[in-house]
Design a protein around this ligand. Structure first.
Ligand code: PCA
Length: 215
């Protein structure tokens, strides 16, 4: 029997841009209990500040302390109606919106002289298929924006690469919760129950790939 537990770090973000809710923060609060029964996995869930600088230190602390086999980072994208599995992180901070610390970044490199981009190290095609099989609206995206989510995605992959770690990492953007949408909208949003179900499927698909690559 394989008694090795796969260590998965889940991250989400605090509300930003004047909102009071970020579904990914709520997902982090619910996940440890709701997803505690996934066999072979030990989980840690972390809420990061939506702040370029603070999120880096918070991420490094968890990476060093927990030493995850995989990091699944979640963030909100208010315009989405489906989950987006991000394929590429880019080496640029460039958003018209300041972070929650009040910092505005335009056209700035994340890692000076670092590669222009990194590809996700999650099996996103397998994850996409598993989510579709469960009837959860999902797509693949080639651009995670250039705000704090892409920042964390790039920063994390760069850190993992430069430290020579085997940790896999990917980023998942999620739609707003139904209650975050304007009254009368035709959009559905995505419920916390669906988000939890999706997180479970993503964890299981990632774990399968990690198991396979160890044999
Ligand atoms: N979404 C933002 C940052 C935090 C979050 O949940 C983004 O897409 O960059």
């Amino acid at each position: 029997m394989n008694t090795h537990l796969i260590r998965i770090l889940l991250t989400g973000f605090t509300p930003y841009d004047g909102a009071t809710v970020n579904p990914t923060e709520r997902l982090m609060r619910r996940a440890p209990e709701a997803l505690a029964d996934i066999p072979g996995v030990t989980l840690r869930a972390l809420v990061l500040d939506t702040d370029y600088r603070l999120s880096e230190g918070q991420f490094i602390a968890a990476l060093d302390d927990f030493r995850p086999d995989a990091v699944l980072s979640f963030g909100l994208s208010r315009r989405l109606d489906e989950i987006k599995l991000e394929r590429i992180a880019i080496n640029v901070d460039d958003a018209p919106l300041a972070d929650t610390g009040g910092k505005l970044r335009r056209g700035q490199e994340i890692a000076a002289g670092g590669p222009v981009g990194y590809r996700t190290t999650l099996p996103i095609e397998a994850i996409l298929q598993a989510l579709h099989q469960a009837g959860i609206p999902t797509g693949i995206s080639n651009h995670a924006g250039a705000y704090v989510c892409n920042h964390l995605f790039y920063f994390g992959l760069h850190r993992i690469a430069t430290q020579g770690l085997h940790t896999r990492m990917g980023f998942i953007h999620v739609p707003p919760l139904p209650e975050m949408l304007d009254a009368g909208t035709e959009r559905a949003g995505m419920s916390m129950e669906t988000l939890l179900k999706a997180a479970r499927i993503i964890i299981v698909a990632t774990t399968k790939r990690l198991d396979a690559s160890k044999q």
